[in-house]
Design a binder for this molecule. Structure first.
Ligand SMILES: CCCCCCCCCCCCCC(=O)SCCNC(=O)CCNC(=O)[C@H](O)C(C)(C)COP(=O)(O)OP(=O)(O)OC[C@H]1O[C@@H](n2cnc3c(N)ncnc32)[C@H](O)[C@@H]1OP(=O)(O)O
Length: 194
C-alpha cells in the first residue's frame, strides 16, 4: 500500500465535519435515496438493500446480508460487491451532512473473506471537509458490530448539485424520478441548505 498517496486523506487545514441540525436523529433510518439504487433501493431484486441508521455524530451504521447472488468465489462475497456496500454506507453520510456528494475516490482494503449468509456490520463516518471535498472512512465487521474487520475503505466524496444527476443520468429514469414527489421533496430540502 502506498504511503505517499494522500488523495483520500484530508489536508492539514481541512475542517472538522458538522452534523446538520436537521439530520435524522441518532438511531433513525436514513432512508433510501432512490428505489432502484443497487445499494439501498428496495425495488432492486439483486441489490444490497442497505438500510442505514444515523449515528450520534457525523456517522451511520448499516447491515448487509450477503446472498448467493453476491458471490465471486464459491460461497464468498464478490470484492466489487463489498466495495459497493462500503460505497453505499459512505454515500449515506450525505444525509447526516445534508449535502449531495458523489464518490470521487474509494480505496478499499480486504482483510478477511466474507462468506455467503454472513451479515456485514457496516459503519461509516465523515472525518473532514475541505471546500467541496468530503473525506470519509468506512468498515465492515463480521460476527457483530464489534467483530473482526473484514473490509474497510477511505474515500473522497465531491459535493455536487442536483443538476449533476439531471444532466448526466439517462432521461428515462430522470423523468420518472422528477415525477416522484418524495424525490422532489428530498432534492429541495438538500438544495435550500447552503
Ligand atoms: C434527483 C435527486 C437525486 C439524489 C441522489 C443522491 C445520490 C447519492 C448517491 C450516493 C451513492 C453512493 C455513492 C456513489 O456511488 S456516487 C457514483 C459514483 N461516482 C461518480 O459517478 C462520480 C463521477 N465523477 C464525476 O462526476 C466528477 O469527476 C466529480 C463530480 C467527482 C468531480 O468533477 P467536478 O468537475 O465537479 O470537480 P473537479 O474535477 O473540479 O474536482 C473538484 C476537486 O476534487 C478533486 N477530485 C475530483 N475527483 C477526484 C478523484 N477521483 N480523486 C482525487 N481528487 C479528486 C479535484 O482534484 C479538485 O480538487 P481541487 O483542485 O479543488 O483541490
Amino acid at each position: 500500500m502506498s504511503a505517499t498517496n494522500t488523495a483520500v486523506q484530508p489536508p492539514a487545514d481541512a475542517a472538522a465535519p458538522v452534523r446538520h441540525p436537521e439530520a435524522p436523529a441518532p438511531g433513525e433510518p436514513v432512508g433510501s435515496h432512490y428505489a432502484n439504487c443497487f445499494g439501498c433501493g428496495p425495488d432492486q431484486p439483486h441489490g444490497l438493500h442497505l438500510a442505514a441508521r444515523a449515528g450520534e455524530g457525523v456517522d451511520i451504521t448499516a447491515e448487509f446480508t450477503v446472498r448467493p447472488e453476491h458471490q465471486g468465489a464459491p460461497g464468498l462475497a464478490h470484492g466489487g460487491v463489498l466495495a459497493t456496500a462500503l460505497d453505499e454506507a459512505l454515500g449515506a453520510l450525505n444525509w447526516i451532512l445534508r449535502v449531495i456528494s458523489v464518490t470521487g475516490r474509494l480505496e478499499t482494503d480486504y482483510l478477511r473473506p466474507v462468506p455467503v449468509g454472513s451479515v456485514l456490520h457496516l459503519s461509516a463516518r465523515v472525518t473532514a471537509r475541505a471546500g467541496r471535498k468530503i473525506y470519509a472512512t468506512a468498515e465492515g465487521r463480521l460476527d457483530g458490530p464489534d467483530g473482526p474487520v473484514a473490509v474497510r475503505a477511505d474515500a473522497l466524496f465531491i459535493e455536487v448539485k442536483v443538476d449533476h444527476f439531471i444532466e448526466n443520468g439517462r432521461q428515462e429514469e430522470i423523468q420518472a424520478v422528477m415525477h416522484d414527489p418524495d424525490v422532489r421533496r428530498q432534492a429541495r430540502a438538500f438544495e435550500v441548505n447552503p
